[in-house]
Design a protein around this ligand. Sequence first.
Ligand SMILES: [Mg+2]
Length: 161
Amino acid sequence: MSIFKPDRFLKHYRDLDLDVLKEEGVSHIFMDIDNTLAPYYEKTADKEARDFIHKLQNAGFVIVLVSNNKQERVKTFADSLKLPYRYFALKPLPFTYRSLLKKYGIKKSRAICIGDQLLTDVLGAHFAGIRVFLTKPLVDKDSFSTRINRRIEKLIMRNWQ
Ligand SMILES: [Mg+2]
């Protein structure tokens, strides 16, 4: 299986099946922000994202936001959800994910990553040995650096079913 290929595809974060995750023994969810939980130009989480995060927390999952974006953006967004976060995560480098596994003292199999980009979220999770679910980007608008990544994504995904 290609290192780029997500372990699961989701149309939207709301399609995450919590019962399946529980059965699989997942306890921690490392989530991307931009275009996964909110468009990059929205400073705070909307009601749907807040309700979703509360649902995950009520089901017993630990959520950490993991973003390549800068501190101010990530902190402001994470604070609107009262979630722990890692900014400037340097995905696809695996170090941030690995340090989270260590911090929480969990095996790779207890975590999943969720994100919207192959070249950062999917590759980074797989380099760290963690499963990753790919969501469709929430909106068509991307930041400049992401627009370049999208072109490469298209080339990679061309050969998929
Ligand atoms: Mg993203």
